[in-house]
Design a protein around this ligand. Structure first.
Ligand code: NAP
Length: 339
């Protein structure tokens, strides 16, 4: 099979022919259709080690879609053989940017008939995170939330999902073009962090709307700006560090305001769910895949164009997902896809 490889942290990608892997107990072999490039993949490519046991070379790609063609010992995997699935890679194993991937059967969810392989490829990481944030907002009885990196695919999902549930969102972006993009999509409260009066505007809005759940995807100085603006008793949910900097927090702000800083990682959140709850969530994600939880796709690129796709994605992350296509019968590749 063809598989994309990275040989060392921060190294270039190459596409190599390697043997098709064999599924072990509890695992399945998925013939991959497509897989996106996500910020978490960038982290893995830079050497950030989600599992603690990364060795090189490895096949990147944390989520995708495909068809289960073989199962190792175990009932669940055998039930999936022949089914189209959305699937996640095992954090310690090889990933989804390949013609075949071995993963745990528990990391696969069968796709409903109306859900395409293209939609299925991006159905786990961001849609489940958006549903999780909604659950956290509702459970915590937060009247409004702050969403950072709001022009991202996940930011768009949060905007649509929270609007459906009538929970106001203060969207933070970092460029005027992103402000216009969100406004055109119907967002009411959009702030540009590059403007001089950003902090004052954020403080006014968080107070007026009583936004006590602040979703921080950025870290660095943004965390302190959120803390300054947060009403007393707020929770700042740290779920990424796009700035590549650790969170800067003035301890005085945190203690005087009784702030809570919670780390949040999707895999851990899912682990805390029962099988029934996970299946319900997966059904909900599928039913909203074409609407609230839709992922804008910028280009469908063959595996051989992985390095080009990665460069294009890093150059403009807001422009939509680059989808690496392993099976052009299942997801047609775009014309001029490697230009
Ligand atoms: N913790 C978890 O389990 C979990 C689960 C799902 C997603 N996430 C996180 O959610 C975030 C969004 O993911 P996505 O797939 O929706 O992203 P995406 O669609 O690929 O978009 C990334 C967005 O982040 C913005 N961005 C990048 N660096 C930034 C910085 N330093 N400051 C401000 N904005 C910056 C980009 O804006 P520009 O175009 O201006 O660069 C772009 O709008 C990511 O950080 C991802 O890791 C975490």
């Amino acid at each position: 099979m063809l598989a994309v490889h990275q040989d060392a942290a921060n190294g270039k990608l190459s596409v190599r022919e390697v043997p098709v892997p064999t599924p072990g107990p509890g695992q399945v072999l998925v013939r991959m259709a497509a897989s996106p490039i996500n910020p978490s993949d960038l982290g893995a490519l830079m050497g950030f080690n989600y599992s603690g046991t990364r060795s090189y070379p490895f096949v990147p790609g944390l989520e995708g879609s495909g068809t289960v063609v073989k199962a190792g010992p175990g009932l669940r995997g055998r039930l999936f053989v022949g089914r189209r699935v959305t699937c996640a890679a095992e954090l310690a194993g090889d990933g989804a940017w390949a013609e075949y991937m071995v993963t745990s059967a528990s990391q696969c969810i069968p796709l409903n008939h109306g859900v395409s392989m293209e939609q299925g490829a991006t159905l786990l990481v961001n849609p489940l995170s958006a549903l999780a944030f909604l659950e956290l907002a509702q459970r915590g009885r937060h009247r409004a939330v702050v969403s950072t990196a709001a022009a991202s695919a996940l930011g768009g999902m949060i905007a649509r999902l929270f609007r459906r549930h009538a929970i106001p969102v203060i969207h933070i972006v970092r460029r005027d073009a992103q402000v216009q993009q969100l406004r055109a999509q119907g967002a009411e409260h959009v702030l540009d962090s590059s403007t001089a009066d950003f902090e004052a505007q954020l403080q006014t809005l968080t107070k007026r709307l009583h936004a006590t759940l602040l979703l921080d995807a950025i870290g660095g100085t943004m965390t302190q700006q959120l803390a300054e603006a947060a009403p007393r008793g707020s929770t700042i949910l740290l779920y990424s560090r796009l700035s590549l900097q650790d969170c800067m927090i003035d301890a005085r702000t945190a203690l005087v305001k009784d702030l809570h800083f919670d780390g949040w990682f999707l895999s851990n959140w899912i682990e805390g769910k029962s099988l029934l709850q996970s299946l319900r969530l997966a059904q909900r994600a599928q039913s909203l895949a074409a609407i609230d939880l839709h992922t804008p796709i910028r280009k469908r690129v063959p595996l051989s164009g992985a390095q080009h796709a990665l460069d294009a994605y890093v150059a403009d992350m807001t422009a939509g997902k680059m989808l690496l296509v392993a099976d052009p019968q299942a997801v047609p590749v775009d014309a001029n896809s490697t230009q």
